[in-house]
Design a protein around this ligand. Structure first.
Ligand code: SME
Length: 164
């Protein structure tokens, strides 16, 4: 059984992401199922990244995003491209770091506790296949270190998983 290893509270964010990258690689090794891997990755991030109230995936289904595996409160199921933080990340093919979700025009509030958000698109061969979405109850929870760290984790997910 895969055993996750928490890091001491004194660990730097860089150390946390280095450890998460190592643990995620081990967790996904030899498993190509994209849904199973998304489920386990959501659980790993929700367990080990501090101060989150939601961690999960949306996948492109036709012209819109549809909810995938996640940890946290129940969430909205369908998000159109260009709508909310997730749909904007798809439209721009770029990660979105939103320090104050209330100041983001069109933000979709799934959990009213959310104050800040990080969304990383899943881009393979130039095509957006979905997004990884992290929410926090703290304002400005996510910074450039989180963006880069999560982009690296998404790359590990994409390399391990069979996606169209
Ligand atoms: N806040 C997101 C919607 C998804 S939930 O946060 C899980 C958005 O604005 O796209």
């Amino acid at each position: 059984m895969f055993q996750t290893a928490a890091l001491p509270a004194s660990a730097s964010k860089q150390d946390v992401y280095a450890s998460l990258a190592q643990q995620l690689s081990g967790l996904l090794e030899g498993e190509p199922d994209a849904i199973a891997n998304a489920a386990n990755m959501s659980a790993l991030l929700y367990d080990l990244l501090p101060d989150l109230n939601w961690a999960g995936f949306y996948f492109m289904r036709g012209p819109e995003l549809v909810l995938g595996p996640f940890q946290g409160k129940t969430a909205c199921v369908r998000i159109a491209v260009g709508r909310g933080v997730c749909g904007t990340a798809v439209e721009r093919k770029a990660s979105m770091v939103v320090p104050d979700v209330h100041a983001f025009p069109g933000h979709i509030a799934c959990d009213s506790a959310s104050r800040s958000e990080l969304v990383v698109p899943l881009v393979k061969n130039g095509e957006v296949l979905g997004v990884l979405d992290l929410d926090s109850p703290s304002p400005a929870r996510f910074d450039e270190v989180d963006r880069q760290g999560c982009e690296q984790l998404v790359q590990i997910y994409l390399n391990a998983s069979e996606l169209p």
